[in-house]
Write a protein that binds this ligand. Structure first.
Ligand code: UDX
Length: 446
């Protein structure tokens, strides 16, 4: 019998940065495992950093290009480049055994839906963020505006009461990165035009807000995109998560973790983009030292020179610093006791799915909102908060939050909750789970 979705061909278009490539490549692998062919076009300069991963079902198309234009023109440049190439890819495949049926695009590439329809394809928008975030952006719309911008608490339907610093950074700081803020707000355009709306989340995780959005739009939750082998150790799976743009120091990390005791290590990472100021970096280094726990700290090569040289030997007494690590393997390691994180959506989902308690130190975009949910809604972590906007978080605050999670009673409760979410994440993607059903339904409609 032919598998559902076989002979179907989906072109997947991620926004070419790490936090968007990972979940979309991983989702592509899930589609491929259900018999779908996938083509993923990615600009050459980014493609070069990706490990080779072409398989019979997934083809990465490297898109050649000229020099990047200056920042304000970058998004338009990407639109033109990718539109032209997507058109060629779809036309080339139209006479093949596997003509393209769907363009599954990153929700930030809002132009893609019109292109999909022009090419005679269905268009599926893929949101690499939480449903809560989309709901907040929905209320940002000036016509519906329910967000008073006077610093007071914000009460929105189906969401917890949000303080100013729980809101996505773009709400108050849209002038800091204006083109990115516009991009973030504009994603909800897809609610009206796209044929499918996929969210990398799961029903149990954001039940109320998902129910609320579903009274207006047909939202399909398909996450977490974490590979099933990490959710259930008995399963064999593709070990490479998503597609890393940085080379991980895998062997060093795993060997070092192997020599540590169960739950004794703090894993520290701020993802692929966030950049701490020098003073904050110094406080973080001191906080890790003062907490007196073992730690594995990812500091990207470009950030390394912010660690004060005179602290290096003290840091190495209980810590290992690497430029990049295989994050899922690290989070799944028995030695990890908690994750000190910037609360990027992928990191948040990965820690939830692997049952790891978190300490959130959000930096920008959706991270403050994710941190709010981690600490107050899912209760799988604590948040270190600056006393005032822009104020450095001190070494004392950092060290005491680590001790709270690693050594105190609160940590036990957080771990129990984390295990509960791990089970629910697995249930969602298991056969017949809420996310799995949504994927099957999509495929049966192809
Ligand atoms: C960005 C935004 O910050 C995030 O909030 C948004 O929702 C998506 O895009 P990023 O900042 O890089 O992403 O954070 P995150 O979403 O956590 O993604 C980082 C990815 O890199 C994760 O999948 C993580 O597993 C991976 N990673 C990180 C590694 O593989 N190794 C590392 O050492 C660090």
């Amino acid at each position: 019998m032919e598998e559902i979705g076989s002979k179907s061909h989906v072109v997947v278009l991620p926004f070419p940065i790490q936090g968007h490539i990972n979940p979309m490549v991983q989702f592509s692998k899930r589609l491929a495992s259900k018999g779908v062919k996938v083509t993923i076009p990615i600009i050459e300069s980014v493609c070069k950093s990706m490990p080779i991963m072409d398989s019979a079902s997934i083809k990465i198309e490297s898109i050649p290009h000229d020099e990047f234009p200056p920042d304000p023109d970058l998004l338009e440049w990407l639109r033109v480049l990718m539109s032209n190439n997507l058109t060629q890819i779809v036309e080339k495949l139209s006479d093949s055994e596997y003509p393209v049926k769907v363009l599954l695009f990153d929700s930030t590439t809002t132009w893609a839906i019109d292109l999909a329809h022009q090419l005679g394809l269905k268009g599926a928008a893929f949101f690499t963020q939480s449903c809560s975030l989309s709901a907040i952006y929905y209320h940002m719309d000036p016509e519906k505006s329910k967000i008073p911008l006077d610093g007071s608490d914000v009460s929105l339907p189906s969401l917890p009461l949000l303080e100013k610093d729980d809101l996505p950074s773009f709400v108050y700081e849209s002038d800091v990165y204006p083109s990115l803020a516009r991009l973030a707000f504009s994603q909800n355009i897809n609610f009206e035009g796209a044929d499918w709306l996929f969210f990398n989340t799961f029903d149990a995780l954001e039940m109320e807000v998902i129910d609320w959005l579903r009274t207006r739009y047909t939202i399909k939750t398909i996450g977490p995109t974490v590979p099933s082998m990490y959710l259930d150790k008995r399963l064999k799976d593709d070990k490479e998560y998503g597609s890393s743009l940085f080379k991980p120091n895998s062997e060093t990390c795993m060997k070092w973790l192997d020599s540590r005791e169960i739950g004794s290590v703090v894993y520290v990472s701020f993802g692929s983009l966030a950049s701490l100021g020098e003073k904050q970096m110094e406080e973080l280094a001191w906080g890790l030292i003062m907490s007196n726990n073992y730690f594995l700290w990812v500091v990207r090569a470009a950030e390394e020179n912010k660690i004060p040289v005179e602290l290096m030997s003290k840091l190495s007494e209980k810590g290992l610093i690497v430029n990049w690590c295989p994050q899922l393997d690290v989070l799944a390691h028995r030695a990890i006791g908690c994750f000190f994180t910037h609360c990027g959506w992928n990191s948040t989902l990965e820690a939830l799915s692997l049952g790891v308690p978190m300490i959130g130190m959000p930096q920008w975009t959706d991270q403050p909102t994710n941190a709010k949910f981690i600490s107050d809604v899912w209760q799988t972590g604590v948040r270190v908060k600056a006393r005032e906007n822009g104020v450095i978080i001190t070494r004392k605050e950092i060290a005491s939050s680590i001790r709270e999670v690693m050594e105190e009673e609160k940590g036990v409760m957080l771990k129990e909750n984390a295990i509960k979410w791990k089970k629910l994440a697995k249930e969602a993607v298991d056969e017949g789970g809420s996310s799995d059903k949504n994927i099957e339904e999509f495929l049966s409609n192809l």
